[in-house]
Ligand binder design. Structure first.
Ligand code: PMP
Ligand code: GLN
Length: 382
């Protein structure tokens, strides 16, 4: 194994899901829903398969999906995109991230990212031969904000790109407009590219709204925006994602993408196109359900004795088990499946500064109500 990939031989999701299986635990570790997306989307995929849509689709994605993504970008945010050059369908957001980084980051150049960071960011920057520069989130009440001094320090002459994830995994933070404006200011000042991972764009709670970084002054022409059907339509196994942005940046990601997977899976693409056009009401309803589940799990964790952080969006809530006498989140998560039959993920898996984040644990609430209730009952045995 090459040196640059040595830190990345396993993922925390695979490790914790294996532990969950081994101990027959409820898996609140890996973030995936345990119910299906909209029925008409599932039917559209079956129709596509039965209709013979089973050979290589175009590398950039089927026309119906590229058009549906462009319409989505216009309807929700006012972007005006050419479906043939400014939309690229990818194998999930995961390939969008790797394609964008491999296409845009020269070896030795730096990528600024928020810490904690989604695990694939570090691995993909390493694949590209780049160097990560992390900017920590810092507690602000029961939520998190960016460390502004660290943000300014992270940008420099060697910066190639900033990779921004909001809503944020693992904390469930939606970056404030002020934090986004500061990122935009620095990105323009240093004349670099932004890559935004907005896979949870339709899963915001308590009346919050998604504000894409690409809409800020000077940003549309330098931002690649990434999203995925996985979260919007609860189909994480379909692996249908996309990148949108200026044609030359999309082309850079496309150059890498065509040698990562060549093309994405065929029959799921028209089904996702159908869902983007007709099932955004389902997505809004799903977000309301997730908000309710968030509250149920957060209250259960608090009643057990965890110190619970505010989750503003997405699938996850972070909690601190120190009041329960556990100082190390990693150890806590490795013991939890055997101890009470629940799996969670340590936030330390998403950071370089292990010490500062050692205590925090992430729980997924994208589960059926009975599953959350069962997990809550089990956690009361702690
Ligand atoms: N980015 C973030 C922040 C995520 O949470 C996830 C999935 N959990 C991904 C990217 C990957 O998305 P996909 O499953 O579409 O590859
Ligand atoms: N994104 C999901 C999570 O954060 C899992 C994705 C994966 O298993 N790589 O839990």
């Amino acid at each position: 194994l090459v040196d640059r990939m040595r830190p990345f031989t396993s993922t925390i999701f695979a490790e914790m899901s294996a532990l969950a299986v081994a101990h027959d635990a409820i898996n609140l570790g890996q973030g995936f829903p345990d119910t299906d997306g909209p029925a008409s989307m599932l039917a559209a995929a079956v129709d596509a398969i039965n209709g013979g849509d089973n050979q290589y689709p175009p590398g950039i994605g089927v026309p119906s999906l590229r058009h549906a993504v462009a319409e989505h970008e216009r309807d929700f945010y006012g972007f005006d995109l050419a479906p043939d050059t400014q939309v690229l369908v990818t194998v999930g957001a995961t390939e969008a991230i790797s394609g964008a980084l491999l296409g845009l980051v020269e070896p030795g150049r730096e990528v600024v990212m928020i810490e904690p960071y989604y695990d694939s960011y570090a691995a993909c920057v390493a694949l590209a031969g780049g160097v990560r520069r992390t900017v920590p989130l810092v507690p602000d009440g029961d939520g998190f904000v960016l460390d502004r001094d660290a943000l300014a320090d992270a940008f420099g002459p060697n910066t190639a790109a900033v990779l921004v994830n909001s809503p944020h995994n693992p904390t469930g933070t939606v970056l404030s407009d002020d934090d986004l404006a500061e990122i935009a200011r620095l990105t323009v000042e240093h004349d670099v590219v932004a890559i935004t991972d907005e896979v949870y764009e339709h899963l915001l709670f308590d009346g919050r709204e998604q504000h894409p970084l690409a809409l800020l002054p000077g940003m549309t022409e330098r931002t690649l925006r990434i999203s995925s059907a996985a979260k919007t339509f609860s189909c994480t196994g379909w692996k249908v994602g996309w990148i949108t942005g200026p044609a030359e940046l999309v082309a850079a990601a496309r150059a890498a993408k065509q040698f990562l997977s060549y093309v994405g899976s065929g029959p799921f693409q028209p089904a996702v196109a159908h869902a983007l056009r007709t099932e955004m009401g389902w997505a809004a309803q799903n977000a309301a359900e997730l908000q309710r589940k968030r509250t149920v799990l957060a209250e259960a964790l608090a009643s057990v004795g965890f110190e619970v952080h505010r989750s503003e969006a997405g699938y996850f809530v972070c909690a601190d088990p120190r009041p329960l006498g556990y100082a190390d989140g990693d150890q806590f998560c490795r013991e939890l499946p055997a101890r009470v039959g629940v799996a969670a993920v340590p936030v330390s898996a998403f950071v370089d500064d292990k010490e500062s984040w050692r205590h925090l644990v992430r729980f997924a609430f994208c589960k059926r109500d009975d599953v959350i209730a069962d997990a809550a009952a089990r956690l009361r045995r702690l």
